[in-house]
Design a protein around this ligand. Structure first.
Ligand code: 7PM
Length: 368
């Protein structure tokens, strides 16, 4: 059953850190984070289309929408509910996930040992730069990419996970779609799982994650990486992605994976046109209605190149930082990035400037 009505927190502004959460005036604090919302963007499915309008909080509460108000009551509750810690990480401020690709082509100098050593060194550098989470991936999920065999993927990621054990305070996540990689990575000590297929690619993934008992990122992708960019279409991308994630949360619940272990991600670039990516970025705060931390990965992606006319991915750092700030100003709790140092600097300065309070953390100090 599709929802009829959806509420997206709007009129977002930095919450004053001087006031306790209960005393926030004029708005409600979003997920006990750094923002408060002062209005609601109300989206209503209407046949094949969607009606959309902005309502003040007073108007939302006073107007009797009968059955339809009840239809969005759970979303509204989720906006204010605190977010569970994930592997000990709190979400009172934005967190950074640093990308560690362990694919031979990302470290061009050759052999398996060199690749492992280079990936570990890169991961430790990202942690020193301010990453809260290190995302280790051995399978390229880039549009058009071919699958990687299980043995090959394991031989890439497990030595890196083992090599990082005890050498960093950052959490370690495994970016994989394979149940066996999830299970082996869990044994090697990872803290969370990141699956771009939202546990749909491997029929054993739901049960594997339930048994492993680790948190998991559910990301939306339209179809398989090989074909996902072939003319993707949606009824309404923002609501369709919301419905997909809500259905995956329900599938997890049935498999024994509770909401407090889940994170959600709209999957920027995964089966999306430029217009789709921008509609998702502009409407990101909708996903807080799902009640779990929101992760966004826009770093160096094609849409940034398209907007700015920059072909080389490595030259998209400035646009990527802007996209990270756009996500954080919609309350996204985790930003997945290549350029941790640049993004960390931007987020720290943005937070200090809008809250009027500098973080106690200084360069070189532990950030956890
Ligand atoms: C080439 C193009 C290689 C794109 C890799 C990519 C996400 C992710 C990726 C994301 C989550 C990248 C992507 N993107 N996991 N894995 N969210 N949760 O840019 O947006 O790293 S792969």
């Amino acid at each position: 059953m599709l929802r009829e009505i959806y509420v997206r927190p709007a009129g977002l502004m930095a919450a004053s850190v001087a006031k306790p959460a209960a005393e926030v005036r004029g708005g409600f604090r979003l997920a006990e984070g750094w923002l408060e919302f002062t209005a609601l963007d109300i989206l209503e499915r209407n046949g094949a289309g969607v009606d959309r309008r902005l309502a003040g909080l007073g108007e939302f509460f006073e107007k009797d929408w009968g059955r339809r108000t009840a239809n969005a009551a759970d979303m509204f509750q989720n906006l204010m509910a605190p977010r569970a810690r994930i592997a000990g990480l709190s979400f009172d401020r934005p967190r950074l996930m640093g990308i560690v690709n362990v694919t031979p082509d990302s470290f061009s100098d050759g052999g398996a040992h060199d690749t492992t050593a280079a990936a570990i060194a890169h991961a430790l550098q990202l942690a020193a730069d301010g990453a809260d989470i290190l995302d280790i991936g051995g399978e390229s999920t880039r549009p058009g990419a071919k699958p990687v065999l299980l043995a090959e993927e394991l031989s890439r990621v497990i030595p890196v996970i083992e090599g990082l054990a005890g050498r960093t305070n950052a959490l370690i996540s495994i970016d994989t779609r394979k149940a066996d990689v999830m299970t082996r990575a869990a044994k090697a000590g990872v803290d969370l799982i990141n699956d771009v297929s939202a546990l749909m690619h491997d029929p054993g993934a739901l049960d594997a994650v339930a048994a492993i008992d680790l948190p998991v990122v559910l990301m939306h992708a339209l179809g398989d990486p090989r074909t996902m960019q072939d003319a993707p279409t949606y009824d309404h991308v923002l609501l369709d992605v919301f419905d997909f994630l809500e259905a995956r949360i329900e599938a997890c619940r049935r498999a024994g994976i509770a909401l407090n272990r889940l994170l959600v991600d709209p999957g920027i670039g995964f089966g999306k046109t430029l217009a789709h990516n921008l509609e998702l970025m502009a409407g990101l705060s909708l996903f807080h209605g799902l009640g779990c931390p929101l992760l966004v990965g826009a770093s160096r992606k094609r849409f940034i190149g398209t907007i700015s006319g920059v072909e080389a991915a490595a030259d998209r750092v400035h646009g990527s930082v802007a996209a990270a700030l756009a996500a954080v100003t919609q309350g996204a709790q985790i930003i997945r990035v290549h350029d941790v140092k640049a993004t960390r600097q931007a987020l720290d300065v943005w937070m200090a400037a809008v809250t009027g309070k500098a973080s106690e953390v200084r360069a070189g100090e532990a950030r956890q």
